[in-house]
Design a protein around this ligand. Sequence first.
Ligand code: ADP
Length: 270
Amino acid sequence: MPNNHSQPLVPPHGKKFDLDDYAPGYSGGYDRARAEAEIVALRIRLNDLQDVLYADRRFSLLIVLQGIDTAGKDGTIKSVFQQVGPLGCSVSNFGVPTDEELGHDFLWRYHQRTPKKGSVVIFNRSHYEAVLVERVKNLVPKETWQGRYDQINQFEDLLSRSGTVIMKFFLHISKDEQRERLQERIDNPKKNWKFRVGDLDERKLWGDYEDAFEDMIAKCNTASAPWHVVPADRKWYRDVVIAQALIERLEALDLRYPPAEPGIKGLKVE
Ligand code: ADP
């Protein structure tokens, strides 16, 4: 299924990247009703493709989700993968590194969680935190995070040459939308658990995060592991965009169910 939206989803490779050129509220001519109708079929198609990916065993799929707090990483997983069963599909969340993890190189904890052939793994936050929060909060020296873009590109190149298809999605929301979502987390008792007072301090770093996101996208947008800049103020459009992109990529793999063992045609089970 082609993505026929007019705002480019994958920025041109190797160019300077400015988030201001991408409208977080863009909805590609969709309205909520159309998106909610379409996502139902897209979820089913995604499940069919995941099933054949699992059987085929030639490729694995790594999905990377990044975005500022409240950008909708959890919501995307719940919605887009609603029909995909747990067989061969899992989510890896990455929070503050443990002492054990800090005792290794920065890619160590991520490499262990990459998908094996036939599997899908969704990185909810990812190795990109090493050039996002670690940069913005000065957790490592500048020389350290500056060297990481190349290291990340090499890591992803290794994975993709080993049969891992990498799809990276940056969930792009506006600062106004974040205010509303944070307020909702304060006002709605069912969402209080998602809110920490420290989130308000993070919001003050909005501009620094934007700079870090722009560099991440400009420097690590490669042909084999492209960044998709997803307009994410409207959750229903965000889900359609991501589902369509995944379907399009998986369809291009020409996945096949393995052939039957010779001699089983016509066998009758007694
Ligand atoms: P989320 O915000 O993704 O729903 P959590 O509430 O568990 O999940 O937050 C995870 C936290 O871990 C975030 O504040 C994020 O900045 C932090 N984190 C992730 N990776 C790193 C890292 N490499 N170094 C420091 N902090 C990190």
